[in-house]
Design a binder for this molecule. Structure first.
Ligand code: NDP
Length: 331
């Protein structure tokens, strides 16, 4: 059994020596616990915030701590009523091969309804983040324009599809022509603009001829600045994350704040864990859309726990398409 621990604080982009792989005994489940063999691990951008010395919404990670992450895996031994060896579960069980957990930290999943990995992505907390942010804080109305950054990524790709289901025009922002093509072809967005293009501002304006009513922001930074002048009066900005800033050593100063005032815009930071009351509705809506063939997803899968740090670094660098996962058990 192996685990990945936090070894060194980065300055700027993390490097693999910020992490270390350690052996540990396979834990033994006590009463009311189960032993899980983790098959897939989700590596998430917010971990980069936890690597800083200052608290974000998630607590600072201590050096030597095991990395936290959602996993999907199979029960090996169960001392929990209603859970049997062989059952598939999702949990927040860490960057490790085997984990022990109680019933409250495990959720049984149905592999007849969707592949196991989908429960770490579009049908799991990724999809729920998209749903809660868009539906609760974006409040999209049919006919409106919904713009989303990091549109080819895990959360962004779901946001655009939910916007289409609401009868909106969905426009994405992503890095590079290949990602933009995927956003339109695989996820059905009406348009997608490459923020790395030298003509980004013009191309963005052309993609939203009726202005922007909802800007679902995953990135912050200069892209947010480019969007602010395109907002309509009373636009909403669900602020889901600031991934362009997580590796930054100097914070980016937003220049067009005045547009928020002029256009009476509401900007709302939100964190998924504050909205557990909405999870059942979100889960149901996502499962329904998936069953109806209206929720596509993509995954980028790295192999082996030892490669989880590199997969995390690559995801922050935009090398992923869709949800970044790590396969822990050889296929
Ligand atoms: P993604 O799958 O979207 O992967 C991250 C993507 O960020 C990369 O693929 C890259 O895409 C983009 N990116 C990286 N650097 C930059 C940059 N400088 N400028 C613009 N884009 C950049 O990750 P997730 O879907 O897991 O997360 C997306 C956002 O949602 C993050 O900000 C994350 O923190 C947030 N989040 C928030 C939650 C909440 O509760 N509020 C819960 C889950 C996620 P590209 O190639 O297009 O640049």
């Amino acid at each position: 059994n192996r685990k990945v621990i936090y070894a060194k604080r980065p300055s700027g982009a993390p490097t693999t020596d910020c992490f270390a792989l350690q052996d540990m005994p396979v834990p033994v489940p006590g009463d009311g616990q189960a032993l899980i063999r983790n098959d897939y691990l989700s590596v998430d951008p917010y971990i980069r915030m936890r690597m800083e010395e200052k608290d974000s919404y998630a607590p600072v990670m201590a050096i030597g701590e095991t990395l936290v992450g959602r996993t999907v895996g199979q029960v090996v031994i169960s001392q929990i009523g209603g859970l049997a060896a062989g059952d598939w579960v999702v949990g927040r069980l860490g960057w490790q091969d085997f984990s022990v957990a109680g019933a409250a930290d495990l959720q049984k999943i149905d592999l007849a309804a969707a592949p196991a990995t989908a429960y770490l992505g579009a049908l799991g907390s990724t999809g729920i983040t998209a749903w809660v942010g868009l539906m609760t804080f974006g409040r999209p109305q049919a006919g409106e324009t919904v713009l989303v950054s990091a549109a080819s990524g895990a959360v962004g790709s779901v946001v655009g599809q939910l916007a289409k289901l609401q009868g909106c025009r969905a426009v994405g922002i992503a890095g590079g022509a290949a990602k933009c093509a995927l956003v339109k072809e695989a996820f059905g967005f009406d348009d997608c603009v490459d923020y790395k293009s030298p003509r980004f501002a013009e191309e963005l304006a052309a993609a939203v001829p009726a202005g922007v009513d909802v800007y679902f922001d995953n990135v912050g930074g200069p892209i947010l600045d480019a969007v602010l002048p395109l907002l309509n009066n009373f636009a909403r900005i669900p602020l889901c994350g600031l991934v362009s800033q997580y590796n930054a050593t100097e914070p980016y100063g937003v220049k067009h704040l005045r547009e928020i005032f002029n256009r009476r815009v509401t900007m709302r930071g939100f964190v998924l864990s504050d909205h557990k009351d909405l999870w059942p509705a979100a889960t149901q809506a996502l499962a329904q859309a998936y069953a109806a063939g209206k929720l596509a997803y993509r995954e980028t899968i790295a192999d082996g726990l030892e490669n989880a740090p590199q997969a995390f670094i690559d995801m922050l660098d935009g090398r992923n398409v869709g949800k970044q996962l790590v396969r822990l058990r050889p296929a």
